[in-house]
Design a binder for this molecule. Structure first.
Ligand SMILES: CC(C)(COP(=O)(O)OP(=O)(O)OC[C@H]1O[C@@H](n2cnc3c(N)ncnc32)[C@H](O)[C@@H]1OP(=O)(O)O)[C@@H](O)C(=O)NCCC(=O)NCCS
Length: 184
């Protein structure tokens, strides 16, 4: 990927219905509320239980902007109709031979509107538009919702990485790995 023409710290990606923008300090409450969702905590190892205001603030003002600053990730707050509805990103830019990785979660009250698939598709297009030869995402084989999102977003399943995912309780999960290529 060639990031030389863009300022990753301010980069915004737009779709028909969504604005994928940098996190702002006033997202903390929405991130805090959404990350009480048991399935976000179950499938996203970075989300601790309990998930506190300090955790949300650490993400919004610390880790998320740091990835943009360091050029390793386009971390995005997903906004629909001016409202925060979820979180996503293109991660591990320039860091992994499988290619940059797309990830997402959607706040429980905003699910079922196609937001995750629309965001994942746009994030993959963004990376491919900047020269990524492939973009991948992984979902636990038991996380059927996320696998459906990946397919709807135009990703193709490549296989299963056994015991790839490490969870906070010490358990591990098999990961369905999906990719999108420039020609897909
Ligand atoms: C999985 C998740 C991101 C889906 O968000 P969403 O915005 O509701 O998903 P979309 O509306 O874009 O759905 C896209 C497709 O996936 C399907 N889908 C979404 N959630 C589903 C579920 N729980 N079970 C089965 N199918 C599901 C939709 O029906 C839709 O199908 P279609 O292509 O036939 O129309 C959301 O439930 C979530 O945040 N889960 C917890 C965190 C997580 O698992 N993140 C991914 C980690 S890899």
């Amino acid at each position: 990927m060639d990031l030389s023409g863009i300022d990753l710290t301010t980069e915004v990606v737009r779709t028909d219905r969504l604005v994928l923008r940098p996190f702002r300090e006033d997202d903390v409450d929405a991130v805090l509320a959404a990350c009480q969702s048991p399935d976000i905590a179950r499938w996203i190892a970075a989300v601790s239980v309990p998930y506190t205001r300090a955790d949300a603030a650490g993400w919004v003002t610390g880790e998320a902007p740091a990835m943009r600053r360091e050029g390793t990730g386009l971390t995005v707050a997903i906004e629909a109709d001016g409202r925060f509805v979820g979180s996503g990103g293109v991660h591990r830019i320039g860091q992994h031979p499988m290619g940059p990785e797309v990830g997402y979660w959607i706040a429980p009250e905003a699910r079922g509107n196609g937001y995750a698939a629309e965001a994942a598709h746009a994030l993959a297009e963004w990376a491919i538009g900047l020269g990524a030869h492939r973009v991948y995402l992984v979902a636990d084989v038991l996380n059927t919702g996320s696998q459906a999102v990946a397919r709807r977003a135009g990703f193709t399943q490549e296989g299963v990485l056994r015991s790839y995912l490490a969870y906070r309780d010490g358990s591990r999960g098999d990961a369905a790995v999906f990719s999108r290529l420039p020609g897909d």
